[in-house]
Ligand binder design. Structure first.
Ligand code: ZN
Length: 258
């Protein structure tokens, strides 16, 4: 078997795996199912292909094509991660469920904020924000800017992301993608609801070979006050998430939080 055939096999397995375990296509009757007419009203039609968009500024078929063309421009150095990200890019129905490979050098001010059996969690700033959609007028990718978060489905803008260790290049845990799958599933389920921390992709420190999940960080809750190791890193991030969500709602209601 040539290495190309082998790669195609891995790709096909990863694709099926992603579809079976992660992709949620909401069916009629599901709480989150949106009919074509609902989508047309909410998101409009794609200016490129005329198909009804699947999310805000998001046409799944056009964006999938764009991402496909860019597959050869990046690699994580790990086939399974590559395919996991690629699949998310092909099947994403909105920017929320789209993952990226993040070069480690875009992260600044990396600071450890938690450590335990679950791994180590860092907080970092990032020079580049995540993808928002496609700008058809200028034919380029649109990325979030600070101001967007206030108007975009009630997002709270924070200047940080979370980096959570996965493992070293040569000794990644056998089931290292399970965590990513759970997070990705949450992202699909939280399209219309507030729920869980959202996975934005993966990164790797080339100096140490350490891979990381890149997650949204919800600021204001003081993560350092949560020292109990019984609490998983999921829970920690969830706590921060809900603290800041409450704070956001307080702000929105015009009240002042001190
Ligand atoms: Zn389109």
């Amino acid at each position: 078997m040539s290495s190309e055939d082998k790669n195609q096999d891995i790709e096909e397995v990863a694709r099926q795996d992603f579809i079976n375990n992660v992709l949620i296509d909401f069916k009629p009757g599901d709480e989150f199912y949106e009919t074509e007419s609902t989508r047309l009203k909410k998101y409009g039609q794609c200016l490129e292909c005329n198909k009804i968009r699947t999310g805000r500024k998001w046409c799944r078929s056009c964006n999938a094509e764009y991402f496909r063309q860019a597959f050869s421009t990046w690699t994580s150095g790990n086939l399974e991660i590559d395919y996991f990200i690629q699949n998310s890019q092909i099947y994403a129905t909105s920017s929320l469920t789209n993952l990226e490979w993040w070069p480690y050098d875009i992260f600044l001010d990396i600071e450890e904020i938690g450590r335990g059996g679950y791994g180590t969690v860092f907080r970092a700033k990032r020079k580049v924000q995540r993808i928002k959609g496609w700008d058809y007028l200028n034919n380029k990718l649109l990325r979030f800017e600070e101001k967007d978060f206030y108007e975009y489905n009630g997002f709270v803008y924070v200047e940080y992301v979370v980096l959570k260790t996965i493992g070293q290049s040569q000794i990644l845990p056998k089931d290292f993608l399970n965590e990513a799958k759970r997070l990705q599933r949450w992202a699909y389920q939280s399209i219309l609801t507030w729920g869980s921390p959202i996975l934005q992709g993966f990164t790797k420190n080339d100096d140490t070979g350490q891979y990381y999940h890149v997650l949204e960080y919800y600021d204001k809750g003081d993560i350092r006050n949560i020292q109990n190791d019984e609490i998983t890193w999921h829970d920690r991030i969830k706590i921060i998430y809900h603290v800041s969500k409450d704070m956001y709602n307080i702000h929105k209601a015009g009240l002042i939080h001190r």
